[in-house]
Design a protein around this ligand. Structure first.
Ligand SMILES: NC(=O)c1ccc[n+]([C@@H]2O[C@H](COP(=O)([O-])OP(=O)(O)OC[C@H]3O[C@@H](n4cnc5c(N)ncnc54)[C@H](O)[C@@H]3O)[C@@H](O)[C@H]2O)c1
Length: 326
């Protein structure tokens, strides 16, 4: 189930600082005063007392995994818009390069990195390359997850499940964050933050996606352990648990019927956009959240906040609406 089938030597080659340096403008660290020349100079946790899109991450470096699309791309762009220099990591080199290009187009600073987060060789090399390219690391956002048809799409009934589906899901969605924490923590200064992308699938059961939900639930526990283990170093660790976010991946893996069911399950009319999750991630990464650690924050438009009858009433109301109002 290993993607790409690359040999270890080729894996190491795939992970390089600025994999696509020529696709980007010159590194802004050479021409932007807000990138620190010496690690440790900015106040840990960012500038206190100043809240705004341009100041919270000035002089800080963020690594976002799975940043080539969807929620990860929105988070990378938000952190960059607020002044962070962003390491854009993904298993897909072209989408990582595209996110970095979009950030550069918005006058931000970014380097793309290619890594499979389930591979320790890749993660070790990625963290080393990020430190070499950016000089420091303050925010680690473990966002990558496998949502392909071949894996998530086959995460169905347990009795028929191909065990490779289970293994690959846990390898990317749980082992990946563990490897990134393992190799990043020694380099994180006081005031830094780790954010894990969990899911409401961690909190409720369903008739399919047991591997995905179990990995995301383990991530909630992992978040508490990391927070407890490294809190004395001034490192915080929190998780976000989105409900449905209408990314391309979500549309790809969900039938129109399932999307309609999800709509009936919400209290609020609209699902979260990737940018809503990015705003929450940016808050948790900032010094405004300096006393929050070990928590999982649900962002689901109320999907998990009510009794099942609410969804049933919504569903019935939708089903009985005249077609012209649908
Ligand atoms: N979209 C939703 O409704 C939703 C809901 C709850 C949680 N989430 C979580 O949010 C995160 C992002 O989801 P999304 O909807 O943006 O999906 P997405 O598929 O757009 O993003 C996932 C990214 O991870 C990358 N990736 C996959 N395997 C990887 C690996 N082994 N190493 C490195 N990168 C890898 C993919 O290439 C992709 O760019 C995931 O953790 C997902 O579980 C999404």
């Amino acid at each position: 189930m290993r993607r790409g089938g690359a040999e270890p030597a080729q894996d190491a080659d795939r992970v390089r600082a600025a994999d696509h340096p020529h696709a980007l403008p010159p590194p802004r660290s050479r021409r932007q005063p807000h990138l620190p020349q010496k690690p440790g100079r900015p106040r840990p946790g960012g500038t206190p007392g100043r809240v705004g899109r341009t100041v919270r991450f000035t002089g800080r470096v963020a690594l976002v995994t799975g940043a080539g699309s969807g929620i990860g791309r929105a988070c990378a762009m938000r952190l960059a818009a607020e002044g962070a220099s962003v390491a854009v990591a993904d298993i897909n080199p072209s989408t990582a390069a595209e996110t970095a290009r979009l950030i550069a187009k918005n006058e931000g600073t970014a380097y793309p990195f290619t890594a499979d987060v389930s591979s320790e060789d890749d993660v070790r090399a990625m963290i080393a390359a990020v430190l070499e390219a950016h000089g420091r690391l303050d925010v680690l956002h473990n966002n990558a997850a496998v949502l392909s048809r071949e894996v998530y799409g086959r995460d169905l009934g347990l009795t028929e499940m191909d065990v490779d589906v289970w293994d690959r899901t846990l390898a990317v969605n749980l082992r990946g964050p563990m490897l990134c924490v393992k190799h990043a923590v020694p380099h994180l200064p006081p005031g830094s933050a780790i954010i894990n992308t969990s899911s409401v699938s961690a909190l409720v059961g369903d008739t399919d996606h047991a591997a995905y939900g179990s990995a995301k639930a383990a991530l909630v526990s992992f978040t508490r352990y990391v927070a407890t283990m490294y809190g004395d170093r001034g490192i915080r660790c929190n998780a976000v648990a989105p409900g449905l976010v209408l990314t391309e991946a979500a549309r790809r893996v969900m039938s129109p019927e399932r999307l309609a069911e999800k709509a009936a399950e919400r209290i609020l009319p609209d699902p979260a956009e990737p940018e809503d999750v990015a705003a929450l991630v940016a808050f948790l990464a900032s010094s405004e959240a300096r006393c929050i650690t070990g928590q999982t924050i649900v962002i689901d438009s109320g999907t998990t906040a009510h009794r099942p009858e609410h969804a049933l009433r919504n569903w019935t109301a939708q089903a009985t609406k005249p077609a012209t109002h649908a």
